[in-house]
Structures are given as structure tokens and as C-alpha cells.
Design a protein. Structure first.
Length: 110
């Protein structure tokens, strides 16, 4: 029975990839004694980024609401308090991210 060389090559390729990626990784890649610090850092990183994104979506919704109120009340003066509160909220979210950026990205590189 003749062998199919294309099938034989495919089996060799799959076996070599499985051997290469299936072996144990060194301890420095999120394993070993340093794993706790790296996992803590990335947990904090993704949590703070997700919370910032959520607050950004809320802020964008509030800005859209203010714009809708302005559009609906053409010619009528808009009460300044809601506009001021939305502006303060947006500025606070921006300020928190400006403070988090150096903590997350720059301090670890020093």
C-alpha cells in the first residue's frame, strides 16, 4: 500500500507544533514565585481600565442627554446646573485617568 506523503508531512507538522507549545514554560512567564505580583498588577490594570470605560460610557450618555435638552429647547435658556454637573463629572473621569496613567504605565518602567 503506497503512503501519501502529504498526509505524512501534516502529521509531522502537527506533532512538532504540539511538542513545541505543549512543553512546560519557564517560571518567568506568569508562573513561579513572581506570578502573584504579575497577576495582581494585571487584575488591577484590567479592572481600572474597565471601570474607566464604564464611566466614559456614562459620561458620553450624559453629554448626549445635555445636547438633546439643548436641541429640544431651542430658544429657551437651559438651566446651567445640569450642564455644570455633567461637565464636572466628565472632568473628574478625565482627571482620574490622568492620575492612573502614570501609575499603570510609567512607574513600572523606572
Amino acid at each position: 500500500m503506497p503512503q501519501d506523503h502529504a498526509t505524512d508531512g501534516s502529521i509531522n507538522a502537527v506533532a512538532s507544533v504540539t511538542h513545541h507549545y505543549g512543553r512546560a514554560q519557564p517560571d518567568s512567564l506568569l508562573g513561579g514565585p513572581e506570578a502573584g505580583g504579575a497577576q495582581l498588577f494585571y487584575s488591577f490594570y484590567f479592572l481600572s481600565t474597565a471601570l474607566h470605560g464604564l464611566h466614559m460610557l456614562v459620561g458620553i450618555g450624559l453629554i448626549a442627554w445635555v445636547c438633546q435638552q439643548i436641541y429640544r429647547g431651542r430658544g429657551k435658556p437651559l438651566r446651567p446646573i445640569p450642564v455644570e454637573i455633567v461637565g464636572l463629572y466628565w472632568s473628574f473621569v478625565d482627571l482620574v485617568w490622568i492620575l492612573l496613567f502614570p501609575v499603570l504605565y510609567l512607574i513600572g518602567r523606572v
